[in-house]
Design a protein around this ligand. Structure first.
Ligand code: UDX
Ligand code: ADP
Length: 466
């Protein structure tokens, strides 16, 4: 089976970049990305590539090359579904905020709506590919909806989870460690798997394209994120121990990471992990485990989240304590708001929770982030509903200049590891701050020795105090 037209439902962080790369690598396939959000589609179609709704290094070039040739962004969902032989589902699956499983289970409302829309709009057989991260056995529900349309159209469901990380999405897509495709073990299932393998084989070496059954594929996605997050929580747990024992967490990480069985990646201690996946996927794993009565399994993975919450909380408490147990009315500068560098995404960012805790203490926070705008920052903090919008607006500002953010502050906190923070004129910042001037390096990116020479008091994650 040869695919000539693809439709992707959902033009977000996953759907947009993934389809852009497929279109770039497969010029003979027409790729249409659809979304109900008109503003988002308009931004994907903006002539000025700086205005794409997702910021990813290199993405503008890929979109610039393929858009209008074989890559299209549209709000005409039904038409795109109808003409495609393969439909990707790439819509959001947030944690449920209501009812059974609230706060843990994934909300599959959007997935179900998508499945129903595909069923209604299809008049020819199609391969439906789950791209969004989904709980194990979601494909069963999707299949059930699709196979009961009564119009004789046949659907094959594949699971093809996305492993791209934000900030390196284009590179991760173009040089993937592996591509995972799960499908049914039947002749039709195998044919569908092969059709998707053929697409990826345009640029991914065949031995890196893994094929499994649907359930293994769905579970592998959750597991990959859970294991990565577990490494971060493990190193963060040890960072607290380092602070009281005069061990240095970066030295410990380097020492253990040099063991090739452990490896050096994902061992960077931080103020806590964020992003749209880690917490959500682990909560999902916990929920599924509990729903099968596997209490120990659920408790084990839940601890990764608890440790992360603890890390964010203790960073905020450290700031309050070191500012003589009161931050009321004191200006604190936040450098960074995104959940990691090179992205404008702020979902579950540690900065939000640290800010919330400091705002409870009535601190005045001034944020500078190279890619995150004021409106986003306000909406992130308002979303928590800890206090009214007006109070958040009065206590939390964002400025376009980092030196302005730090001026007259009692402390500077690094929340995101943006490269440019390292290059700042820290002497100039020191001179503009109230004394004693304090720095809380939540990412361990600055030269602490040099800062101390300038006169700063430095608190870093997992480092002896002075
Ligand atoms: C993650 C997975 O890496 C990716 O494969 C999956 O498809 C989606 O989820 P992402 O959320 O984009 O990607 O970011 P990632 O680079 O994994 O970082 C997640 C969080 O962990 C960030 O807040 C980051 O700052 C933090 N982190 C990561 C650390 O604190 N220390 C580390 O050593 C690594
Ligand atoms: P992700 O990080 O998983 O890509 P995003 O929230 O960035 O998540 O993107 C998901 C996109 O899916 C959003 O732009 C949303 O408007 C879109 N979407 C959700 N449901 C539907 C639907 N039924 N039809 C079309 N688009 C949808």
């Amino acid at each position: 089976m040869k695919i000539s037209k693809i439709c992707c439902i959902g033009a977000g962080y996953v759907g947009g970049p993934t389809m852009a790369v497929i279109a770039q690598k497969c010029p003979e396939i027409k790729v249409t990305v659809v979304d109900i959000n008109e503003a988002r589609i308009a931004a994907w179609n903006d002539e000025n590539l700086d205005n794409l709704p997702v910021y990813e290094p290199g993405l503008d070039k890929v979109v610039g090359e393929a858009r209008g040739r074989n890559l299209f962004f549209s709000t005409q969902v039904d038409a795109a579904i109808q003409e495609a032989e393969m439909v990707f589902i790439s819509v959001n699956t947030p944690t449920k905020t209501y009812g059974e499983g609230k706060g843990q289970a994934a909300d599959l409302k959007w997935i179900e709506l998508c499945a129903r829309q595909i069923a209604a709009a299809s008049d020819s057989d199609k391969i439906v590919v789950e791209k969004s991260t989904l709980p194990v056995r979601t494909a069963e529900a999707v299949k059930d909806i699709l196979s009961n349309t009564g119009n004789g159209v046949k659907f094959q469901i594949l699971s093809n989870p996305e492993f791209l990380a934000e900030g390196t999405a284009v590179e991760d897509l173009q040089q993937a460690d592996r591509v995972l495709i799960g499908g049914e073990n039947s002749p039709e299932g195998k044919e569908a798997i092969q059709a998707l393998v053929d697409i990826y084989a345009h640029w991914i070496p065949r031995e890196r394209i893994l094929t499994t059954n649907v359930w293994s594929s769905e579970l592998s996605k959750l597991t990959a994120n859970a294991v990565l997050a577990q490494r971060v929580s493990s190193i963060n747990a040890l960072s607290e121990l380092c602070e009281v024992t005069e061990a240095d967490i970066d030295e410990v990480a380097r020492a253990i990471g040099a063991d090739s069985r452990i490896g050096g990646k994902f061992l960077k201690a931080s103020v806590g992990f964020g992003g749209s996946c880690f917490q959500k996927d682990i909560l999902n794993l916990v929920y599924i485990s509990r729903s099968y009565g596997l209490t120990e399994v659920a408790d084990y993975w839940e601890q990764v989240i608890k440790m992360n919450d603890h890390q964010k909380g203790r960073f905020a408490r450290k700031i309050v304590k070191s500012l003589y147990n009161t931050v009321s009315g004191k200006k604190i500068a936040f450098l960074g708001w995104a959940f990691k560098k090179d992205t404008n995404d702020t979902r579950e960012s540690a900065a939000i929770y640290v800010a919330d805790q400091l705002l409870n203490e009535k601190a005045q926070i001034s944020v500078f982030d190279p890619k995150v705008k004021y409106q986003q920052i306000q909406s992130d903090i308002n979303y928590l509903q800890t206090r009214g919008k007006e109070e958040n607006g009065a206590l939390l500002e964002s400025v376009a200049d980092p030196y302005e953010a730090c001026k007259d502050s009692h402390a500077v906190a690094i929340l995101t590891e943006w490269d440019e923070f390292v290059q700042y004129d820290w002497k100039k910042i020191y001179d503009s701050m109230l004394k004693p001037a304090k720095i809380f390096d939540g990412r361990n990116i600055l030269d602490h020795e040099q800062l101390r020479e300038i006169g700063f008091r430095v608190y870093a994650i997992g480092k002896p105090l002075e």
